[in-house]
Design a protein around this ligand. Structure first.
Ligand code: OAD
Length: 247
């Protein structure tokens, strides 16, 4: 890994870090990413599975897909990248973790106050009364779960294409991006907005922006540096560097 002297120094000194993660941080846990030649969206149609109108047309199909993903996610574990970020939170005074992932792996690794931009597959809610339900189990006889209070259809708490982000979450993420000294954008193709605007907002407000990814992305030309490689290898090294300084 080629870390610039500037990043080394900043990483040593800063007490203000904001992190944005995407599907790539969970790839080493065995969760498929969305884009690229092997990504989920190369095999499946998002407009049939991640769209409210598609859900209303065929909730069985959408539930079947989310139950399948839930099973995969339940069977995987956080990887060294998730654990490194949970540890980094303990070492820095102002730390914000923003994720586009719905896989709950940051929380399972011990991260606190995670800003989940796109929801969480462990939660569901009623489309009529809005009440939240934890981890809905869908029985085989009744594939689409219904609300125990009002009998409305229950949907996964996932932000689908064209939907608003959860109230207040993007505002909190923007504030953290505005105020941080160092911004890390990790394992995201940076093509889905508004999440992809966060590194740009940070840069505009004077933060040093570092991308960690296996390849260059849409925003590589707008960041201060890109560290090419696996998040599960790079992040533990970076955090170790910080830990050594803290003594
Ligand atoms: P993508 O699948 O678009 O991008 C994943 C990125 O991770 C790519 O740039 C890969 O190069 C990189 N990557 C893969 N393995 C990596 C590794 N081990 N270490 C570091 N980087 C790695 O995923 P997102 O950018 O998260 O939305 O996609 C954004 C949103 O699009 C998702 O949240 C989802 C999807 O539609 C919703 O579900 C609402």
């Amino acid at each position: 890994m080629n870390i610039s002297d500037k990043l080394r120094l900043l990483f040593h000194n800063t007490e203000s870090i904001c992190v944005l993660t995407g599907a790539g941080i969970s790839a080493e846990s065995g969760v498929e990413t969305f884009r690229g030649s092997n990504g989920l969206w190369s095999k499946l149609k998002p407009e049939e599975l991640a769209d409210f109108n598609a859900f209303m047309r065929n909730p069985e199909l959408v539930w079947e897909w989310y139950n399948y993903r839930k099973k995969i996610i339940h069977n995987v574990k956080p990887n060294p990248a998730h654990f490194a970020l949970a540890h980094l939170q303990e070492l820095v005074k102002d730390f914000t973790l923003i994720t586009q992932n719905i896989d709950n792996l940051h929380i399972r690794a011990g991260s606190k106050n995670v800003l989940e931009l796109h929801g969480n597959i462990e939660r569901s809610y009623c489309i009529d009364c809005g009440k939240f339900v934890a981890d809905v189990e869908v029985s085989l006889e009744n594939k689409v779960p219904h609300c125990q209070f009002c009998n409305g259809i229950i949907r996964p708490d996932i932000v689908w294409f064209g939907e608003m982000l959860p109230e207040g979450v993007f505002e909190a993420a923007t504030e953290a991006a505005n105020q941080c000294e160092l911004f890390l954008t990790i394992g995201t193709s940076a093509v889905v907005y508004p999440a992809a605007s966060l590194p740009l907002i940070a840069r505009e407000n004077g933060a040093y922006v570092v991308e960690i990814n296996m390849e260059r992305t849409e925003i590589s030309h707008s960041v201060n540096e890109t560290l090419l490689g696996k998040a599960g290898e790079i992040l533990p090294q970076l955090v170790k560097m910080k830990e050594e300084i803290k003594g």
